[in-house]
Design a protein around this ligand. Structure first.
Ligand SMILES: Cc1cc2nc3c(=O)[nH]c(=O)nc-3n(C[C@H](O)[C@H](O)[C@H](O)COP(=O)(O)O)c2cc1C
Length: 251
C-alpha cells in the first residue's frame, strides 16, 4: 500500500509510478486513517517538503496510521531543492510507533511554492530530465526491498524555521486567500483540497482553518481566484504535474 499527500500532483504522480511497477495500491494518506494496514507487507509514504520539513498535515496523520513494524516501509519525498528535516521528522514519528523506515530517498521536481515568491514553477521543467533516471533507480531499489536511508539526517535550520514563533510569520506567505471578485464558485478548489478545507458558500470559496499551504487551490483554480500575499495569480505561473488532472486529485 502506498499512501500519499499531494497538492500539485508531484507526489501523487510519483506514488503512482512506483505503484505501477511494484504492484501496490495507492491511496491518499487521509483515507488510510482508521484502516487496519497491519497485514500490508510493504508500506510507502510519498509526500512533499514544506518549509524544510514534512507538511504539518503529514506530521499529524502519520501518528494515526495502523501499520506493522514488520512491514518494509519506504519514504519518498518530493522537493524543489532539498528535503532538510522532512525524512527526519517522519522517521522520528514512525519510530515512536515502533516502525523503522527501511528505505528513503528524494526526488527534485518543479517547486510549486515558487509562485508565492513571484517565480514561475513552469520554468523548472528541466528537473523532469533528471527526475526520470532517479525515479527509475528508486523504483528498482523499492522493488528489490533494498535498505538505505538517504537524506534522513537532522537539519538545525529546518528545526529553527519550524519553531512556532518563526513559522507563524514565514508560513503566512504560502497561505492562499480567495479573491471573491474573480471566484465564480465552481468548486474545483474544494475538490482538489487534500485537507477538505474549502466550502462554497453563496457562490464563493471559503477557506477554513485546516490549510496546510499545499497550494492545490491556487494552482488548479481555472479563474486564478486563489491568491498569495494579495498578488494576482497569473495563469502562466500555475503549475501541476503533467500526469495529474483535477479528477486525479479527488482522492
Ligand atoms: C508551502 C510550501 C513549502 C515548500 N517548501 C519547500 C522547501 O522547504 N524545500 C523544497 O525543496 N521544496 C519546497 N517546496 C516545494 C515542494 O516540496 C514541491 O513543489 C513538491 O513536489 C510539491 O509536491 P506536491 O505536488 O505533491 O504537492 C514547498 C512547497 C510548498 C507548497
Amino acid at each position: 500500500m502506498i499512501l500519499y499527500f499531494s497538492g500539485t500532483g508531484n507526489s501523487l504522480a510519483i506514488a503512482r509510478q512506483i505503484a505501477d511497477r511494484v504492484g501496490n495500491q495507492v491511496i491518499p494518506l487521509r483515507k488510510a486513517i482508521g484502516l487496519d494496514l497491519t497485514h500490508e507487507k510493504r508500506i510507502g509514504l510519498v509526500f512533499p517538503t514544506y518549509w524544510l520539513d514534512a507538511p504539518i498535515a503529514v506530521r499529524e496523520l502519520v501518528p494515526q496510521l495502523n501499520i506493522s513494524p514488520e512491514a518494509y516501509t519506504f519514504v519518498v519525498i518530493t522537493c524543489g531543492a532539498q528535503t532538510n528535516n522532512a525524512v527526519w521528522s517522519v522517521r522520528r514519528i514512525l519510530r515512536e510507533k515502533g516502525v523503522s523506515v527501511s528505505y528513503c530517498n528524494k526526488i527534485r521536481v518543479p517547486d510549486c511554492s515558487a509562485l508565492a515568491f513571484g517565480r514561475n514553477p513552469n520554468n523548472q521543467a528541466w528537473k523532469f530530465e533528471r527526475y526520470a533516471p532517479r525515479l527509475e533507480k528508486i523504483i528498482s531499489d523499492i522493488a528489490a526491498e533494498k535498505h538505505g536511508l538517504h537524506y534522513a539526517g537532522f537539519d538545525p535550520l529546518g528545526w529553527l524555521l519550524n519553531r512556532p514563533s518563526i513559522a507563524a510569520k514565514t508560513q503566512k506567505t504560502t497561505r492562499p486567500a480567495c479573491n471573491t471578485e474573480k471566484c465564480i464558485g465552481c468548486g474545483i478548489c474544494a475538490k482538489v483540497c487534500p485537507q477538505q478545507n474549502i466550502t462554497i458558500t453563496d457562490g464563493k470559496a471559503i477557506l477554513g482553518d485546516k490549510c496546510t499551504s499545499c497550494l492545490a487551490c491556487v494552482h488548479f483554480c481555472p479563474h486564478q481566484s486563489m491568491e498569495l500575499n494579495g498578488k494576482p495569480t497569473l495563469a502562466e505561473r500555475q503549475y501541476h504535474h503533467p500526469m495529474v488532472e483535477v479528477k486525479d486529485m479527488i482522492g
